[in-house]
Write a new protein. Structure first.
Length: 171
């Protein structure tokens, strides 16, 4: 995450919080970024396209007013390339304020509901936050679990153990 993305996200989040609009801005920003395809990316990042034209297109999108103004600032400051990172940082700030934690658990096979519930309770107890668990299937994993949360990775997979063993044996 770049310092630029963090600064812009903090500014947007602060304004949204002042207006009690953090959820609505998050929803609108998410929809905007999800629709930000290759063609739109080329258009907004092309220095040959006038800022006025970029703003005209944004103005036609019926965006949340705060988000629209924010995107205008990104256009003016030539920071549109950071839009996905800004959204990610905005979400992190929102989750932090709401004491929420999203944990991605990678496993070879889908985890049972009881295992997901136990992991959720364990993380909630350890970090004193509301926790959501997202189980992603990764058939490359031989066994064990890999956790990703708050920018951290905890790899408790057999793959990692094999890699460490291989490293020790080859040195």
């Amino acid at each position: 995450m770049s310092a630029v993305a963090e600064q812009y996200a903090v500014a947007l989040f602060s304004l949204a919080r002042e207006q009690d609009e953090t959820e609505r801005v998050d929803d609108a920003f998410t929809r905007f970024v999800e629709a930000f395809d290759t063609q739109a990316r080329r258009f907004f990042l092309d220095p040959r396209v006038a800022k006025k034209e970029k703003k005209r297109v944004l103005g036609e999108l019926s965006l949340h007013p705060l988000l629209q103004d924010f995107l205008f600032v990104l256009v003016d400051n030539r920071r549109f390339a950071n839009v996905e990172d800004i959204l990610a940082e905005y979400r992190r700030l929102k989750a932090e304020e709401n004491q929420e934690m999203h944990v991605v658990v990678r496993s070879r096979r889908p985890l049972q509901k009881s295992r997901i519930k136990a992991l959720k309770e364990e993380f909630a107890s350890r970090y004193n936050r509301r926790v959501t668990i997202e189980n992603q299937i990764d058939e490359e994993i031989l066994g064990g679990l890999r956790f990703e949360y708050d920018g951290k990775v905890v790899d408790n997979t057999i793959n990692k153990a094999f890699k460490q063993l291989k490293g020790r044996l080859t040195h």
